[in-house]
Design a protein around this ligand. Structure first.
Ligand code: G3P
Length: 224
């Protein structure tokens, strides 16, 4: 399962990249706005930090505008992926860009039928927003399972990119269903490390080791 960082904060991306646990990054207009930075500048930096797929989102509401913006985004770096919304214009732009061999991430997906349309249009990724469905009292993970079933039924190679992930429980559920990717804020990705028994166990190991008086890494393994 691939892990994408859902952020436009370059320092956070660098930390995750150094840990070797991320395969890409997703951004959207809200995240770029939050960074307070120029979109081109920030995407250039992100693309150079992380060699995986980096999604940058179009803001036009017309297909032609999305295609134009998509081509502009693709000139930033080879690993840019064009993100378009799941509207008729977005699906049309996805088809055009995909035919021109530009990878597309179709975002703002809230139903399995929408995901079917994105796959038909040749999207590399479909981004269903599980957290926002949960916010409405629906079950976001049911959507991931439905899309998985439909894509497998017909052999679509569009990758399911579970988005709007709010915590480790979403990651676990998405992984069990077989989502290809999840994208989450760095805070959530760091939460995946946590278990109290890991901290407790490590403390016990180090306390016991200290009692031996030995130094690891010395060839003679002598006590101090
Ligand atoms: O990248 C889009 C998506 O992950 C947004 O998540 O938390 O704003 O619903 P959220």
């Amino acid at each position: 399962m691939k892990i994408f960082a859902d952020t436009a904060e370059v320092q956070e991306i660098q930390v995750l990249q150094d840990l070797g646990i991320i395969d890409g990054v997703t951004t959207n207009p809200s995240l770029i706005a939050k960074s307070g930075r120029d979109i081109r500048e920030v995407l250039v930096e992100i693309c150079s930090i992380c060699p995986g797929d980096i999604s940058g989102e179009t803001v036009s509401t017309e297909a032609e505008g999305m295609v134009r913006e998509g081509r502009w985004l693709r000139e930033i770096a080879d690993n840019m992926v064009v993100k378009v919304p799941l509207t008729p214009a977005g699906i049309r732009a996805c088809k055009t860009l995909s035919q021109d061999r530009h990878p597309v991430n179709v975002t703002l997906c809230f139903s399995a039928n929408q995901a079917l349309l994105a796959a038909k249009a040749g999207a590399r990724y479909i981004s269903p927003f599980v957290g926002r469905l949960d916010d409405l009292g629906q079950d976001g993970m049911e959507l991931i399972a439905d899309i998985r079933e439909i894509y497998d039924n017909y052999g679509f190679d569009t990758q399911i990119l579970t988005a709007s992930v709010r915590g480790p429980q979403h990651v676990l559920a998405a992984a069990k269903i077989g989502s290809d990717v999840f994208t989450a804020p760095p805070k959530v990705i760091f939460q995946l490390f946590n278990h109290p028994l890991t901290d407790k166990g490590l403390k016990a190991f180090l306390d016991d080791w200290a009692k031996t008086g030995q130094t690891l890494g010395r060839t003679d393994s002598k006590r101090r």
